[in-house]
Design a protein around this ligand. Structure first.
Ligand SMILES: C[S@@+](CC[C@H](N)C(=O)[O-])C[C@H]1O[C@@H](n2cnc3c(N)ncnc32)[C@H](O)[C@@H]1O
Length: 414
C-alpha cells in the first residue's frame, strides 16, 4: 500500500473513531473513501476504467478488485467524454510531463488545439472532483490516474469505447423497445447499428468503416496485457499434442494482431510446427508486418470452411461472446469440421459467468456485447449447450487464479 493510501486510511479511521457523524462529516468520509480507492488503483486498473468508463467508487464490497463496471452510474458518460476531450487536446501527457502544478491557462498553451482556458478550467475541475487529476490551489497536476490516462493504451480504449460504442449505449432503451424486449439475437440489428444508422450490418462491418478501427485493434492487443497471460491459466505443453515440423500446432481464429499467439510462441520458442493467426481481410494485411518468425497471418472468414485441417490446437479468445447462439453454433461448427477427432483441441478463452454473484466487469461486458452486435457473455451451462449443438463437448474448464482474467474451456470433438 502506498504512503498516500496509508495517510488517507489513517485519516478515515481517525474520523470514524470520533463517533457519531453528522451529514457533513459523513459526506467528507465518502469523499475520502473515494480518494482511497483512487490511490489504490494501479495503471492497469485505470486503463480498464477508461474502456468500461467506471466510477471510482467500488459499490460492491465483495469485489476484491476495483476495475469494475457500473453501467448505470450517472457520471459515466460525463467521465468518459471529458476524458476523451482531454486526450484529444493531448493534455494528460502535458500534465504528466510538466511535473509541477500548472494553471488552466498554462496548460491550454501546451495543447495541440486552441482551447479557451475558462473551458479547460471547467473540465479540469470536473476531473479533479473525480480523482483523475489533482488540484493544488488554482493549479492542476498529474497523479497516478493521470499517468495511466496519458498512456497510449488508454487512448485506444477511449477511442474504442467513447468514440465507437457509447452511441450504442445510449440506444439500449430504444432498441430493446423496438424488438419487444426479447433477448437480442440478431447480429445485424443492435443498439450500435441503430445508433450508427447501419441496421443490416454486424459489429465488425460497422467497425470496418469507422475511424475507430485502428485504435480498436490496438486496444484488443493492449487489453490482453491487462490480464494474466492465458498460458498461465492453461498448461498448454501438458494438454496439447506436440506436432512435427511443418504440421500446424496452433490456429488463432479471429486472432486480430496475433497478440495471444505471441504469448504462446514467445514463452515457448522451442515449439515446432506452424502458428497461424486468422482474421478478416481488412485486419490481416494491415498487421502482416507484425508477424514474427514462425507466425503466419491468414485472411479467413470464420463462417466459411476452415482451411486448416487437423491442427493440434484451435484457439478463440473473445470470439463466441461477440455473437448470439445461432452464429456461435455456426462458427464453432466450422472449427469442429476441421478438427481431428481424438487429437485436436479447441480452446475457448472467455469469461464464464457464474450463475450467481457475477461481477460488475463480467455483467458489464455482457451489456457491451449486447450493444455491439447482440452477443453475450455466457454461463457454463450456456456454453455447454452451444458447444454440444456444434457437435463438440467440453473436456475441462480452467479458471484464472486472479478471478478476473477469462477462463479456458477445453473442447474436443464429441
Ligand atoms: C473481440 S475481437 C478478439 C480479437 C482477439 N481474438 C483477442 O482476443 O484480442 C474479435 C475478432 O474477431 C474478428 N472477426 C470478426 N468477424 C470475423 C469473421 N467473420 N471472420 C474472422 N474473424 C472475424 C475481428 O476482426 C476481431 O479481430
Amino acid at each position: 500500500m502506498s504512503e498516500e493510501s496509508k495517510k488517507i486510511l489513517k485519516s478515515l479511521s481517525d474520523e470514524l473513531e470520533k463517533g457519531e457523524l453528522d451529514d457533513v462529516g459523513r459526506r467528507r468520509l465518502i469523499s475520502q473513501a473515494r480518494k482511497l480507492v483512487s490511490s489504490l488503483k494501479n495503471e492497469g486498473d485505470v486503463i480498464m476504467d477508461v474502456f468500461f468508463a467506471v466510477s471510482w467508487i467500488p459499490l460492491d464490497p465483495q469485489d476484491n478488485v476495483t476495475l469494475m463496471v457500473i453501467p448505470c452510474f450517472p457520471f459515466q458518460p460525463l467521465q468518459g467524454n471529458v476524458i476523451k476531450v482531454m486526450m484529444d487536446l493531448g493534455l494528460f501527457k502535458a500534465l504528466v510531463s510538466g511535473g509541477h502544478p500548472q494553471t488552466a491557462a498554462q496548460l491550454a498553451e501546451q495543447s495541440n488545439k486552441n482551447i479557451d482556458p475558462q473551458l479547460l478550467n471547467r473540465l479540469l475541475r470536473f476531473l479533479a472532483a473525480h480523482g483523475y487529476v489533482d488540484q493544488v490551489e488554482d493549479k492542476y497536476q498529474g497523479n497516478s490516474a493521470t499517468r495511466a490516462l496519458a498512456r497510449d493504451e488508454s487512448e485506444y480504449g477511449a477511442e474504442h469505447s467513447v468514440g465507437f460504442l457509447y452511441d450504442g449505449y445510449n440506444k439500449i432503451p430504444e432498441h430493446l423497445k423496438r424488438i419487444g424486449y426479447v433477448n437480442p439475437a440478431d447480429k445485424k440489428y443492435s443498439p450500435l447499428s441503430l445508433a450508427k444508422n447501419m441496421d443490416g450490418k454486424d459489429t465488425f462491418e460497422i467497425l470496418a468503416v469507422d475511424p475507430a478501427l485502428e485504435a480498436t485493434n490496438k486496444w484488443f492487443r493492449a487489453v490482453s496485457a491487462q490480464y494474466t497471460p492465458w498460458i498461465q491459466t492453461y498448461p498448454f505443453l501438458e494438454r496439447v499434442p506436440m506436432v512435427n515440423d511443418g504440421e500446424v500446432q496452433f490456429v488463432d481464429v479471429g486472432g486480430n494482431l496475433g497478440h495471444q499467439t505471441l504469448i504462446l510462441k514467445e514463452a515457448n520458442p522451442q515449439l515446432p510446427g506452424r502458428f497461424i493467426v486468422q482474421d478478416l481481410t481488412n485486419i490481416v494485411p494491415a498487421t502482416s508486418h507484425l508477424a514474427p518468425a514462425g507466425v503466419e497471418f491468414q485472411p479467413y472468414n470464420f463462417y466459411d470452411e476452415q482451411p486448416v485441417k487437423g491442427a493440434a490446437c484451435y484457439y478463440m479468445r473473445y470470439i463466441v461472446h461477440d455473437w448470439g447462439n445461432a452464429d456461435g453454433i455456426r462458427i464453432l461448427t466450422r472449427v469442429r469440421e476441421a478438427m481431428k477427432p481424438g487429437y485436436s483441441k479447441l480452446l475457448i478463452n472467455e469469461w464464464v459467468v457464474p450463475e450467481q454473484g457475477a461481477s460488475r466487469m463480467v455483467t458489464g461486458a455482457d451489456m457491451v456485447m449486447m450493444v455491439a452486435g447482440s452477443g453475450m457473455e455466457r454461463t457454463l451451462a450456456q456454453f455447454r449447450e452451444l458447444i454440444e449443438k456444434a457437435g463438440l463437448k467440453i473436456g475441462e474448464v480452467f479458471y484464472a487464479k486472479d478471478e478476473i482474467s477469462p477462463a479456458i474451456i477445453e473442447v474436443v470433438v464429441a
